[in-house]
Design a binder for this molecule. Structure first.
Ligand code: SF4
Ligand code: SF4
Length: 306
């Protein structure tokens, strides 16, 4: 068990992962049935979580209001579509070489979309899981007030991916520190008002309680995706009613993602707070936020039609 755990960790780190953790399936005993890893691989005995960091410079240029492509290309598309599949594949090959089966979990967006194929299944294919909770269960960190996974190395600045396997691997201890100090910068700086004031949602893993605020996905989504003209600089007033700005079309064409808010509250404000207060290990020569933050708060003036 120790040897294979070491081999898998090494495969992940050599492949480009920044963090790796292992959760025995028992850590999901309290998970909602429809989000249990066994909805995807019924034979799962260990959940492997990996974290790949987002580039700080990609967040910096959004904070400055000067450049969005680095985030969408590197920290969204490249991490999800190129790097993660490569790392996950390396992990799975290491498992397969020892006779075990692993399944890669990249971005489980579709949930229970098909018909159930066996009576004992909770949902139809495809199953759904929470990668943030998997990160916590695998000992990578804790959930912040904002619901985002915070790690002691990078705070909120990473993407999480997973492998489910029938191999029994050595568990990583749960994180026992405290990163989030309840500063509420995430709540104040979220223009969508998507993050609640109180930390009311609780989950328990092996007796340790984790909690976060209510999160309004429907409020976040249009701001996150740059589809609300009040908060995206890429609407210039020439769009027809309901039309996407040209920049959104460009991002979707090249990267198949739309990250425009780039976590003004839940990612950038949080990270800045954790860095400045020394609550995470990452240290940089210049602060992420070093001037008054840009804010639009209104749609652009309509350009007269030609
Ligand atoms: S991505 Fe933006 S809109 Fe969504 S919760 Fe984070 S700060 Fe708010
Ligand atoms: S911004 Fe403050 S309250 Fe919100 S998650 Fe980060 S540390 Fe916690």
């Amino acid at each position: 068990m120790q040897v294979l755990t070491k081999r898998v960790r090494q495969a992940a780190l050599e492949g480009g992962a920044d963090l790796v953790g292992f959760a025995p399936i028992s850590r999901f005993d309290n998970a909602p049935p429809e989000l249990h890893p066994r909805t995807i691989l019924p034979q799962t005995r260990t959940v492997i979580a990996i974290a790949t960091r987002k580039l700080r410079g990609a967040l910096k240029t959004v904070e400055e209001g000067t450049y969005w492509q680095a985030y969408n290309c590197d920290s969204y598309w490249y991490l999800s579509e190129i790097l993660a599949p490569e790392i996950l594949r390396k992990i799975m090959l290491a498992l397969e070489d020892e006779g075990y089966t692993g399944v890669p979990i990249h971005n489980p967006f579709m949930s229970g979309v098909g018909r159930k194929l066996r009576e004992e299944h909770i949902t139809g294919p495809d199953g759904m899981v929470s990668l943030r909770v998997i990160g916590v269960a695998a000992g990578l960190g804790e959930l912040g007030h904002s619901k985002v996974l915070l790690t002691p190395q990078f705070g909120p600045r990473q993407r999480i991916f997973a492998v489910f396997t029938d191999a029994e691997l050595e568990p990583t201890p749960l994180f026992t520190g405290e990163i989030c100090d309840g500063c509420l910068a995430c709540v104040r700086e979220c223009e969508a008002c998507a993050i609640g004031e109180k930390r009311e949602v609780k989950l328990s893993i092996e007796g340790r309680e984790f909690s976060h605020a209510e999160f309004d996905e429907r409020a976040c989504s249009p701001v996150h995706n740059g589809r609300d003209p009040r908060f995206s600089p890429f609407f210039d007033g020439s769009e027809a009613e309901g039309e996407e700005p040209a920049y959104n079309k460009f991002l979707m064409h090249w990267f198949r993602v739309l990250g425009i808010c780039v976590g003004r509250g839940c990612l950038r404000a949080c990270m800045d707070h954790l860095e400045k207060s020394g609550r995470i290990q990452a240290e940089f020569k210049t602060p992420l936020i070093e001037r008054e933050r840009w804010k639009l708060n209104e749609p652009p003036a309509r350009k007269p039609s030609r």
